[in-house]
Structures are given as C-alpha cells and as structure tokens.
Ligand binder design. Structure first.
Ligand SMILES: Cc1cc2nc3c(=O)[nH]c(=O)nc-3n(C[C@H](O)[C@H](O)[C@H](O)COP(=O)(O)OP(=O)(O)OC[C@H]3O[C@@H](n4cnc5c(N)ncnc54)[C@H](O)[C@@H]3O)c2cc1C
Length: 366
C-alpha cells in the first residue's frame, strides 16, 4: 500500500517493479508535481508537459492499482488502511508493507484536495493568468520556491517589477554558502529587487494559500509594502498526517524514520519524501530515497531485512532552483558547485533520457 502517490510514492512504485501487488492512494488522478513553481506560473504549458501526467502514462505503473481518494486510518494491528473515495465510499485495504508518502500541504500548489484532472489543469492556467496580469509583484519567502518564482518572473517579464523579500541576509537557508551567493547575484542580474531582512506579519488564520492584494506588514520594522499582488512562499506547510497514528509522529507532526527509512517501531511501515523526518532537511524526496525504498521494501517482503540499505543525506540542500531556462537547467550541488545542462540538451537528452527513461523508466507520449 502506498499512501500518497505524488512525486516520491509514484517513484517507489516504479522502483518496486512488477513482482508485487501495489495499490497507490491519491487524491488526484494523475501526478501533480510540487516541483518548479516558478515555471508552473510563468510557462504553464511547458510545465505541464513534464510535471502533470496521468498515471496511465507511466509504463512501470501498468498493473499498479490506483484509488482516487484519501487514506483516513491506518490499523497496524490488522495490517489495513482505510481509504475514502471522492464519493465518500470507504474501503479497507490490507497490506504486507505500507509506505507513507503523503507529503505536505503548502500554498496553493500542494494540496490534498480530491480533484479531477480538468479542475487541476484549469486551476494551473487560471492561477498563472491572475499572477501575470499584475505589474508589481511581491514574492515573500527565502526558500527554493520563492527564488524560483522571483527569478522566472523577472527573466520572462522584464517590464514587471519583481520585489523579493526574505528574512535572512541571503536567500536559500540550508544551501551551501557558495550557492546562496551565486543565487543572490543571479537574482540581481535578472532585475529582481531584493529585500533582505524582511519578516512578514502573517495572521494565524491565513494559510498563505492564495495571492493577496493588501499591503504587507513587517514584524522586522520596515514600512508596509504595496504590490498589485503578493505571492506567499514562506514555507507555511502542514504535514499531511491526519491519518497517521500519533506514535509515528514527532513533535512537529512528521513521521519518525530510522536509518532505513522505516517508521520507528514498525518493521513493515516505511516513509519517504516531505512527510518523512529522515534528516534535518527532510530531504529523502531528492536524494534517491525512492530508489533506496524500492530496494528496502523488496528486501523486507522477501525476508531479507539484513540487506536493507541506509539513507545517507547530504549536509546541504541541492537541486534545481530556477527550473529550465533559455540557456538550460542549472543544478546546484551539496558542495556549493553547480553544473548546467545546456539548453539544447534539455529536450533532446535531459527530459527524454535522464528523466523519462532513467528516473521514470518509461513514459508514454501524451
Ligand atoms: C525526481 C525528483 C527531483 C527533485 N528535484 C528537486 C529539485 O531539483 N529542487 C527541489 O527543490 N526539489 C526537488 N525535488 C523535491 C520536491 O521539491 C519535493 O520535495 C517533492 O515533490 C515531495 O514529494 P512527496 O512525494 O513527499 O510529496 P508530494 O509530491 O506532494 O506527494 C504527496 C501526495 O500525497 C497526497 N496525500 C496527502 N494526504 C493524503 C492522504 N491522506 N491519502 C492519500 N494521499 C494523500 C498529496 O495530495 C500528494 O498527492 C525533487 C523530487 C523528485 C522526486
């Protein structure tokens, strides 16, 4: 059973292969990736080609059963989960091994709302249209999402004023210092107006899940800021843990995992991705945690627990921050370096070979 069939749950299913009966539960009928919000907002058509895909397009998911709905309970004594479908019908599903990969809800781009494909598709377009109608845009939040949105807006819409606010002296806490400096320079070079040292006042009942138009106030003491539209990427996220037994969760509501990405205290329950408290950065979504779990769950189900591998996270965060740009795709490394896939390789090698063939092991044409 895979509870949460997003970026990582889907990849674990692909890596487990066809020797098992796999059931994935997802509120969406398709992969809706949480990656590259900047591209999603500024080039929605292109973003959808790579990050919005019906499950039926993944060759290795042939034979995998998907249930559209939400997991509502886990019964570890009986070895079952209960899933409730869109029409309110509830269904108990037995498991030999359970993977929790339910991620987090964050902003308007990562939700656990049960939605159909057309609704998801249309809301991606309408959100983009709404943002691009604004002339002066404030982006708040120093993480990769905020940087990506600010950079993509400034690069593609040079006539707009993009004001970028973050609370530290540089964006990207948790990334290598060299990466932080590199990104700061890049943002300036594309015309983003940087506002370090700004901490916004956020009302308790505001989930940062929509654009706002009222002036932004700062608890760090600066004057209010007026933008046509403000996008909030402050990491006000909520773990999707409503169905997870409390003893599996740490004080912040994330799943406690051991070195093998197994839930502490349970030998047949595993967790990966943004919900898993695997390391301080909760980085198992992007360090091949899904590959490791393909191996570890297989080892467990075949009675070879001693063959499980340990998850070894790097000290610093890494990955793409801007998404695909005209000159290619830059990937920052944990040691502070970076490399760029040149523009011509993105559509000829990177997506068709590295992503679709190697990571997803085969994707059918749309
Ligand atoms: C191949 C790959 C490359 C990446 N590259 C980068 C990068 O370059 N830069 C970067 O910053 N990050 C990168 N990331 C990481 C990425 O930003 C996120 O960390 C990742 O999308 C989180 O995946 P997830 O599966 O934990 O969550 P999600 O993709 O959000 O999936 C969780 C799913 O579970 C569903 N769900 C919630 N509640 C329930 C429930 N009760 N029952 C059933 N389902 C539920 C959610 O609705 C969602 O569909 C990468 C990730 C991957 C896999």
């Amino acid at each position: 059973m895979i509870a949460g069939f997003g970026d990582t749950g889907l990849l674990v299913a692909i890596n487990l292969g066809r020797d098992f009966d796999i059931v994935g539960v997802s509120p969406k009928p398709c992969l809706v990736s949480g990656q590259e919000l900047g591209m999603r907002l500024t080039q929605p058509r292109l973003w959808k080609q790579d990050y919005l895909m019906p499950f039926s397009r993944f060759r290795k998911l042939d034979g995998v059963r998907t249930l559209q709905g939400l997991v509502t309970t886990i019964d570890t004594h009986r070895g079952t989960v209960t899933a409730v479908s869109q029409d309110g019908e509830s269904q108990a599903e037995p498991y030999d091994a359970l993977l929790i990969s339910s991620g987090v809800s964050n902003g308007f781009w990562r939700t656990n709302a049960v939605e159909d494909f057309d609704t998801i598709n249309e809301s991606i377009d309408s959100t983009s249209r709404k943002l691009l109608q604004a002339q002066t845009i404030a982006v708040i939040g120093g993480g990769a999402t905020g940087v990506g949105v600010a950079a993509n807006l400034a690069t593609r819409h040079r006539q707009k004023l993009i004001h970028y606010f973050f609370s530290e002296s540089q964006p990207l806490p948790g990334y290598h210092p060299k990466v932080r400096t590199h990104v700061e320079k890049h943002l300036r070079s594309v015309g983003v107006i940087l506002h370090p040292g700004h901490r916004a006042v956020i009302a308790d009942d505001f989930q940062c899940d929509r654009f706002t138009t009222s002036p932004v106030q700062w608890s760090s003491g600066q004057a209010n800021f007026n933008a046509d539209l403000t996008l909030w990427a402050v990491g006000k996220m909520a773990p999707n843990n409503q169905f997870i037994p409390p003893d599996m969760l740490n004080a912040d509501g994330f799943v406690k995992t051991d070195d093998f990405l197994r839930v502490q205290g349970y030998n047949n329950v595993f967790a990966v991705g943004d919900i898993a408290a695997s390391d301080p950065h909760r980085s198992s979504a992007r360090n091949w945690g899904y590959r490791l779990l393909g191996h570890n769950i297989r080892a467990h189900l075949q009675g070879r627990d001693s063959d499980m591998k340990r998850y070894e996270p790097p000290q610093y965060r890494w990955g793409s921050v801007y998404g695909v740009q005209q000159n290619g795709l830059r990937v920052f490394q944990p040691d502070g370096g970076s490399f760029r896939f040149p523009g011509w390789t993105v559509r000829t090698l990177l997506f068709p070979l590295a992503v679709r063939k190697m990571i997803y092991k085969g994707v059918r044409k749309a």
